[in-house]
Design a protein around this ligand. Sequence first.
Ligand SMILES: NC(=O)c1ccc[n+]([C@@H]2O[C@H](COP(=O)([O-])OP(=O)(O)OC[C@H]3O[C@@H](n4cnc5c(N)ncnc54)[C@H](O)[C@@H]3O)[C@@H](O)[C@H]2O)c1
Length: 1630
Amino acid sequence: MAAGNAVVRIPILGSESIVCGHGLADYMWEDMFASLAAASTYVVITDTNLGRLYMDGHRAAFAAAWGRVRPEGPAPPRLLVRELAPGEASKSREVKAEIEDWMLAERCTRDTTVVALGGGVIGDLAGFVAATFMRGVGFVQVPTSLLAMVDSSIGGKTAVDTPAGKNLIGAFWQPQRIYMDMAVLATLPEREFANGMAEVIKTAAIWDAAEFAVLEAGAAAVRAAVLDGERAGAEGAALLLRVIAASARVKAHVVTHDERESGLRGLLNFGHTIGHALEAELAPHVLHGECVAVGCVLEAEVACRLGHLSAASVGRLARCLRAYGLPTAMDDPLLVARAGPERMARLRPARLMRTMGVDKKNIGAQKRLVLLRTLGATVEPRPLPVADALIEEVVSAGVHAGPLPPRSASGDGGGGGGGGGGAAAAAAAAAAAVVVVPPGSKSISNRALLMAALGSGPCRIRNLLHSDDTQVMLAALQAMGGCSVAWEDGGDTVVVTGRGGRLHVPPGELYLGNAGTAARFLAAAVALAANGGDCADSATVLTGNARMRQRPIGPLVDALRANGTAVEYCEREGSLPLRVAGGGLAGGRIQLAASVSSQYVSAILLCAPYAREPVRLELVGGKVISQPYIDMTIAMMAQFGCRVERVDETTYVVPAAPYVNPPEYTVESDASSATYPLAVAAITGGTCTVPNIGSASLQGDARFAVDVLRPMGCHVEQTATSTTVRGPARGGLRALPTVDMEPMTDAFLTAAVLAAVAAGGPERVTRIRGIANQHVKECDRIAAMCAELARFGVAADDLPDGIDVHARPLAELAGEAPSVHCYDDHRVAMSLSVLACVAPAGAEIRERRCVGKTWPQWWDVLARDLGVPVRGADPAMDQPSGEPDHHHHANNSKPDSSSSSSSSPTDMSIVIIGMRGVGKTSLGRVAARELGREFVDLDELLERDVGLTIPAIINGSGWAAFREHETRVLAAALGGAQRTGAVVACGGGVVEAAENRAQLKRHIAAGGAVICLVPNMAQVAAYLGRDTTRPAFAAASDIHEVYARRLPLYAESCNYELLVDTALLSGASDGAATPGAWALIERDLVRLARFATGADLNRVDVARPSSCFLSLTAPDVREYLPARLGVVTEGAHAIELRADLLLRGCPGADAGAGADAFVAYVHRQFTLLRHSSRLPIVFTVRSEPQGGAFPAAWAALQARLLRCAVRWGAEYVDVEISDAEIKDSAQPLALAPPARQRSLLIASFHDTVGDRLRWGATPFGADVLARARAAGDIAKLVSVARTWDDNMACQAFVREHHSAAASLIALNMGERGRMSRVLCPCLTPVTHPLLGAAAAPGQISAAQINQARALCGLLPAQRFVLFGSPIAASPSPAMHNAGFAHLGLPHTYGLCETADPEAVRAAMAQPDFGGASVTIPLKEAVIPLLGALTPAARCIGAVNTVIRTADRGLLLGDNTDYLGIVGCLQQAQLDAQTAPFAAARALVIGAGGTSRAALYALHALGVPRVAVFNRTPARAQALADEFARLFAELRVVERLEDAAGAAYVIGTTPASDLCLPDALFAAPGVALDMAYKPRWTPLLEAAARRKWAVVHGVAVLIEQGIHQMERWTGAIAPARPMGDAVHAKYATDC
Ligand SMILES: NC(=O)c1ccc[n+]([C@@H]2O[C@H](COP(=O)([O-])OP(=O)(O)OC[C@H]3O[C@@H](n4cnc5c(N)ncnc54)[C@H](O)[C@@H]3O)[C@@H](O)[C@H]2O)c1
């Protein structure tokens, strides 16, 4: 350790006893020996964390220091060390007593010195020991946590906790010395560091403006100094020391002046009143400092509401806290992630208010808060009383706004009708006018900052936007020495004093986060730096977060290079990080490609005045984008004294003339924000002026007043720089027949709320168009507005390109205050608050804080400036009790929270639509039968109803009459008694009538399913050519036309789609069907219908300790068909279809004309997978920036595919959320419920570089997790492992955040990250050795994961058994053991030969029992021993499989015998082309347990007529009676001859000395025998003799065994190895 020569000493209570420095161990012991009273024993109390890290060093330092201080003196004193368990639990009376007993046993005397080496826990406890041991001994603090350094070690408060509360028993006992060694912070966990920073920032906020500014600007450097230790260099170390010493100094000062906390010391409680109330609910999950951080911001908001503190200051405070990794709001994702939904649910305002009621600062019932006046000073040097209502408002999630009481008559009349009214009235109105200055525009703010820094002298910038982006810009300009920055007017004004363009290249890096504008502008600015100065050759690295490092910057770099600046890409060509050298811009002719971003142009223009030569900038490379922003730059440069000449469309000349800073510059307000106060005036008949936006503004939304408000009836006065709006008398707004809002899309929400009450003219409907992009903003804003306006009683239609709003007169708005959702969208919240002003009882806005994104002070403005009543509201109180809170969270960002029922089944009818001839009736019948529902054919119903055939109706009365009948019948089918429980097949043209489409949409809206069968048109045309029962299409070409016309009508009328294409497997272009394809389609429809109704959602059981999905990588899934898919999916629980990887399989696909073809291709691929696997599908489309193959520019097509996947019934849809970080991304949440329907949304965040998502280190992970959870149902977080430890960090994160109720997929990519895949709790993506390429680096196979988990002891070996007798010769052990081994599972399968259910019960009670097969004679006897039965087992009345479920260890009985039969018969039918099941007869021989499975199998196959034969007919009869309801006909035959005509014969009796008459085998058929010994049973021999196809018992055994294995593991079983094992055993035995 370095000698502590550079120590800083801080006085406290009259002596300089606080010592700060870097590497203090030697210094500290020497100082103690030399300057403090001698002690015979030094007792170091520490915790095991610190003991491990630092005690060796201290022991050595102790001995060495003694040697130096007393070279020839007495023997050294004793050094005793006591290491305690880390954590608050050690701060107890019991631990204190243990320490004291130990010290007594060690014979410590009064001349002992206690040294506390640790955080606040150790300090408080050791201090209390020192205070009471022998009535007080010497005490030294060596604080090691930041919190301890700046807070707990200073002031002499010591204490222990008791069950009644924290710190209740203690003493004041001042330490003789406090040694703060910055070096130890290097090992402090980052979260603990942030925890301490909360106190540091708090202290600066109340005390020292300059210090606050240092903290604000230095966040990155301070964090680096702590986290990177040595690497941050001497400068970083000095900064850290300065910051900590400054904070400690304040605390020491306050303690010195108020040791016993009677006045001044109360100031240190800033943020603690609310912070403690939060801590009471959230500790220990949320740390003290984290709660205080939130408390600071909320208490600052109170000061702001009271008019003491500026809004800008609240923003700066919050941003500063955030920069150190602290939460700043009660809905902060960080807080939510740490606390968990249950605890967050406890944060009711009323409860928090009660807790605050017992704060020691209160005087009686009156609460007192420390109120800031500015950052660095308080209103008074003590806490002040504050009204409860105000505190309650800031701790509430929601807000109740409005109504604004009508103004006096003069004010009202003044604007009446928008005109006239006389001068007096106008004057009165003007007097009532309010002036509102919305926050500054981001684009203008950034430009102003750069120019002011490059110019000379001070420029007072007012109304600067306070956001992360501008913060980054300011910090970088300061780092380049370009300017100095000061704050005035309590932070409202920033004074930038420019240094005339004298920049230097900052050493190291400039980290720019995701600030795109700053990155582009600064790249050019760095090039200007240090023209010939001392750092002429130096360069700096511009870098940003991973997202920023994907955003393009190439054209700008090319232009700079061509102009002589040395720029290198450090990683990827075309993106940050960049190494930019200084040396100045040469100037002259610069060519620049400006078709990607106008920011490149602005960057060059803004820096051009400082080039050596005048610049002639030529824009090349196609159409220049965003010209208005270039115009904005030029206009602003003129304001800073530089006139750019635009020579022609693409050429600009910039003189070499430095900027002349205007003394003052007011940033124009954001024009979108300005629409809200103007709209309040419009809707309430008031007057409002926005003084800094006018006709000269370059922002599109500046036209809102003139283009929208004026035509609606407002009086608008707009000058070049200001806008004043006076509304008509209340209720006087007029609807606009159509308004194209394309130039100002963000303002459409404001227009929509005005349109909602625009009933003052002849029209009622306002049609807003040109806003398609608003479907995919922060939420689907159009859907959101329709849903929320409805709560006010206002109807609106959601259109692809717009919205139609049907106005209601004010008096007809909903009488009670509606409670509205904002979908976490600031614009939704602010616009609805405008409507709340005139709603009879106002409105409750459920998410108050979402306005923070652009206008955190909106509610203050609404209340203070616009006079609208605003108070806190607790929306959670209106939720039905018992609703889990995460539901509320999961839903609040999506339109229509009714989707919370998305997993509960519905028995509403399933409607099938589609072209005639596609198979609606026959498929519908199958679905009805399988789902046990009634089948309704709408055409039949109609014919019955009218009493005529359809051709007769049409020939007699025409098409129109027919459609009328159809509408009526459809209404009857969907609205009447048949609304539930049926499968309804409609006529092909049902969607032609608008009323029918509306009916279908209502059915969907009510939660029903409408499945559209999507045809292969070639097949349909061929089929219809043969059909004569329906009115003909005139020509073959007609039918294609009809289809093309109906396509969009079908699409809008259904919510699910099923591809019906029997040629899919053959791939034949002529539409030739593949045998068996129809059966696959039937199965797919049944599956889709079950999914759509919620009857079977086919989800992966996340309660399993691990599950995985196979990522397919081929461009065409046919590469895996027919057999390879089963092999590669072995061990997988789901299968991922990466639609982006399919691009290579579909030549000609593109985002334009080729889009439809690609969607159709993907649908075929999806269907092929459905045909070939029962596994749930995870549907994913990754763009190039997301690590996939889809061009980034195809975002709209990407979103379309995701929506298609939901319609196709994909069980999981994966959406990447990292895009949400880029504002210009077109794909935030394409799939908000209810658009998600029954699919689960996996919200994925991929950090492909691995620098952002550091599991343990940063709060970012928790932040991202919270975002993912808000966006989707399952969170998927992926980083990259750099070291092995990253896996452990990931695992710790998983342990904290994963549960079956809140699933989390978390892993690290890369070779080093493999272990994280092994440990990933659910839905781990896997590959298979037979797949060429893995979908991601480091991917391993399912079997490898199982092996690794087993080796690590994470997958305990389970025992599986076969119960029954006799079973000695069973091949099951060979089969299942082969299966387990192949899957890498450590389980074993053995025999338990018994006929006694009690023995079975005992075996199943063993802790390692995993599951069982059950055979004769126990298949029925086992049932009473089980916890539950599957529907199949219940219906069959026999169990052959016992499953131990993952979640509660419940024993579940199932029957896979029937599946064995079904699978084998289906294959045989396909191979032998025997009679279709639906038209066949069957015979079952036998009436025991197995025959029950056979009957159920025949039912499942759809065989309508079955005969049963048994030696004892009475038993057959009993069986037939029981199963009769499953068949059209089920009869008992006494002689086998009587069953002649059966195409399928199933034998279920082991004894087979039956005489099988030839007559039985007259027509072709399939015989199956369940007996597998001998291989050729008499039944099979007889059948084979008559050329029947045969199924051997062993095949059924294997098939059912595979199903068994799949039920036990939840994954695909390795069919081949299991079959091979059986055959091998069979070959040796038989
Ligand atoms: N006396 C006071 O005036 C006062 C003021 C504030 C807080 N407190 C008390 O302080 C306690 C909280 O203190 P804390 O936040 O320091 O908690 P802490 O003492 O529990 O330390 C936090 C964690 O960080 C570890 N740690 C500390 N320094 C480390 C280092 N340099 N390297 C690696 N690990 C390190 C600790 O082992 C512990 O696990 C509470 O009990 C609180 O009541 C007292």
